[in-house]
Ligand binder design. Structure first.
Ligand code: C2E
Ligand code: CA
Ligand code: CA
Length: 387
């Protein structure tokens, strides 16, 4: 279909009339068009549109008959936009943006029916607003409220040092139990928070909570001095001032050197100069940095070439199959070898059996983490395991 069609109107021509079936929307390239609607025997002027304005898109998106009439006030040139063009864009748009647009449509249709004096109910298509977007907005508001009310929580999952056979530290994993929906996975709500600047206070909450946990652990167990590793996503890194806020917390809380670690998790490609500067500042303040989920997603060898990670954390996808699938085992072996030759520690997550742990020990892996070693626990329960 030719999506670059132009339409020429002479002054006084109709573009469409109320009741017409919508086929296309239009972009005004030159000229002016007025929009009118019938009210009883009157014709009411709604707006006058000019160059650069979009016209007739609403009925096209809603797939409902035109509720207005458009007449050229001058000679006009219009670009014809096919329905598919608009719908495709709309479907690939952020669900929240889509919901906002649909909300506007609904209100406009409602206002129009008042103007026209018709008791028309909200059109079915508009009433069926995008639930995904609405749900997301609702969940995001709930998350903001949970944060304000202190309803988020952090669990700590032990990491076993295979060199010393002791628990060397813990990974901090954020939790949210929604009052109606129950537990929401961090995969879901962290991703939601990342879409806006809400990730900034969520991240700060995790750092503050982890810092308090470190202080408590070090005070009560000075001979162990475990570290706590906090997750930072690639998208979170893009919010300005993150590293400054982390360092500020380290000094405000008086955290002992080496007690805080950061795991960089990737939901998108890494911005090398940004991550490089982040790692450098972390190192200057005694914070070690791990590359999380190594071997999956966007996490690839180029990262190791470009960035000075202290730890490579192998994703559970490989450890899960390492005893049953030779190829998974070969990959785990190869990553451990790469880590060693780069002077980086290797951590393996998702260790669920003694067999996996024995194999990792044999391969010279430094840290192991998983349900076999310990599940993520609230701080209080964790303290009990140490007494
Ligand atoms: P991750 O960093 O890869 O965290 C490990 C996930 O594996 C955790 O899921 C953990 O509970 C789970 N896990 C640990 N041991 C085992 C095991 O033996 N078997 C299996 N099947 N699973 C195991 P969780 O807590 O649901 O976290 C999911 C992801 O959410 C994390 O993946 C991390 O990317 C993100 N996340 C969690 N907390 C934070 C946070 O505070 N900030 C940021 N930015 N992301 C976070
Ligand atoms: Ca992690
Ligand atoms: Ca991981």
């Amino acid at each position: 279909m030719n999506s670059q069609r132009q339409l020429h109107l002479r002054s006084g021509d109709w573009l469409f009339r109320e009741g017409d079936a919508p086929t296309s929307a239009f972009l005004i390239e030159s000229g002016t068009i007025e929009i009118r609607t019938d009210r009883g025997s009157d014709s009411l002027l709604l707006s006058v549109l000019g160059k650069g304005d979009l016209i007739g898109e609403m009925a096209v998106i809603d797939e409902l008959a035109r509720t207005e009439t458009a007449i050229a006030l001058t000679d006009c040139v219009l670009l014809v936009l096919d329905r598919e063009q608009l719908v495709e864009r709309l479907q690939s748009a952020d669900p929240i943006v889509r919901a906002l647009l649909e909300g506007q449509h609904k209100r406009y249709r409602g206002a129009l029916s008042v103007v026209k004096g018709s008791a028309a109910a909200a059109p079915a298509a508009a009433a069926a607003a995008d639930q995904t977007g609405v749900d997301k907005i609702r969940l995001e508001s709930d998350l903001r409220a949970a944060l304000a009310a202190g309803d988020l929580d952090v669990r700590y999952q032990p990491m076993l040092d295979l060199d010393t056979n002791t628990i060397a530290g813990y990974e901090a994993l954020v939790r949210w139990t929604h009052p109606q929906r129950g537990p929401i996975s961090p995969g879901q709500f962290v991703a939601l928070a990342e879409e806006t600047s809400l990730i900034v206070p969520v991240g700060e909450y995790v750092f503050d909570t982890a810092a308090a946990a470190i202080m408590l652990l070090h005070k009560q167990f000075p001979d162990i001095c475990p570290f706590v590793a906090v997750n930072v996503s690639a998208r979170q890194l893009k919010h300005a001032g993150l590293i400054e806020r982390i360092i500020e917390r380290v000094y405000l809380a008086g955290l002992p050197a080496g007690s805080l670690k950061v795991e960089i998790t990737e939901s998108q490609a890494l911005d090398y100069p940004l991550v490089d500067a982040f790692i450098e500042t972390c190192h200057a303040h005694g914070i070690k940095v791990a590359l999380d989920d190594f071997g999956t997603g966007y996490s690839h060898l180029m990262h190791l070439h470009a960035l000075q990670f202290d730890t490579l954390k192998i994703d559970q996808a490989f450890s899960r199959l390492m005893l049953t699938d030779k190829r998974s085992m070969a990959i785990v072996e190869a990553i451990i070898a790469i880590g060693r030759s780069l002077g980086a520690d290797v951590a393996v997550e998702g260790v669920e059996t003694t067999g996996q742990l024995d194999a990792l020990r044999q391969l010279g892996c430094r840290y192991a983490q998983g349900y076999f070693i310990g599940r993520p626990l609230p701080l209080k329960a964790l303290l009990h395991t140490l007494y």
